[in-house]
Design a protein around this ligand. Structure first.
Ligand code: PEP
Ligand code: MN
Length: 279
């Protein structure tokens, strides 16, 4: 059984907490769709993808610069030298950005350029990092460890919140199971449970949860039905040339189609997509 935890998870939960990222809010009636490449590869790449996903209605741009790859010989990201790229693209398009932070020593550089700090699945148990992120006021996107219990994940959020930073959004990105066809197993029950039992907003990452682009649209809609406050989706203009996770990226066109479908379905669940679909 869950022990009552400060703020985040208890039987008489606090009212849902809204977390703001730039002009947008997670946890209200508005759905936030975060989209972009797995990795930032160049300014041209990020700008091309950002322009298109913004036009399709994404409200936040994603793009990793520090990548936690399983194989040390795989592309590790541009590192901090990617920060000016992220900054330029964000200024040019007015889209807030989320980047994964993998080490407390990156915090200072990130504070200048990044609106939303992502803690990746592999770092959900990195309490030194979580404690440091508790001392700043920037919103944190806390991904679920791929073998983490819901209770451990909510406790990880408490590590951040107990330091004073209340701005945590959870992200269900699939857990490891015996199944091998999909990259992970999307735990939609966890999404509904989090909404019913904690005050934290939550988004779903159907890209890492499935690893299969054709499954992403249906699971995105299912995530909305389960109560998710938003989605984070990998999109690439040339998936076959991507330096990481190209196999699971939606094309620009597939993402646009999905956004039209989300716009159609969201009101059934009392949700709206944010404005600039029409800009
Ligand atoms: C990512 O978002 O690109 C990523 C590495 O995700 P995760 O930490 O969920 O594996
Ligand atoms: Mn990825």
């Amino acid at each position: 059984m869950l022990e009552p935890m400060t703020g985040s998870s208890n039987p008489q939960k606090n009212p849902p907490k809204a977390v703001n990222v730039g002009p947008w809010s997670f946890g209200g009636s508005q759905l936030q769709v975060i989209a972009g490449p797995c990795s930032v590869e160049s300014k041209e790449q990020l700008l091309t993808i950002a322009r298109s996903v913004r036009q399709s209605g994404a409200t936040i741009l994603r793009g990793g610069i520090h990548k936690m790859r399983t194989n040390p010989n795989s592309f590790q990201g541009l590192g901090d030298s990617g920060l000016p790229i992220v900054s330029d693209v964000k200024k040019e398009l007015g889209l807030p950005v989320v980047c994964e932070i993998t080490d407390p020593r990156q915090i200072e550089g990130f504070l200048e350029h990044v609106d939303f700090f992502q803690v990746g699945s592999r770092n959900m148990y990195n309490y030194a990092l979580l404690k440091e992120l508790g001392t700043i006021d920037r919103p944190i996107l806390l991904k679920r460890g791929f073998s983490a219990l819901i209770e451990e994940w909510v406790s990880a959020a408490d590590y951040i919140r107990q330091g004073g930073n209340q701005n945590v959004v959870l992200c269900e990105r699939g857990i490891r199971s015996f199944e091998k066809i999909t990259r992970n197993t999307l735990d939609l029950a966890a999404v509904t449970w989090v909404k019913q039992n904690t005050d934290l907003p939550i988004v779903v990452d159907p890209s890492h949860a499935t690893g299969i682009p054709s499954l992403i649209p249906a699971l995105s809609l299912a995530a909305i039905a389960a109560g998710a406050d938003g989605l984070i989706i990998e999109v690439h203009h040339q998936p076959e040339k991507a330096l990481s996770d190209g196999h699971q990226a939606l094309t620009l066109e597939a993402f646009q189609e999905l956004m039209l479908e989300i716009k159609r379905v969201a009101p059934i669940f009392n949700r709206q997509l944010e404005a600039h679909l029409h800009v």
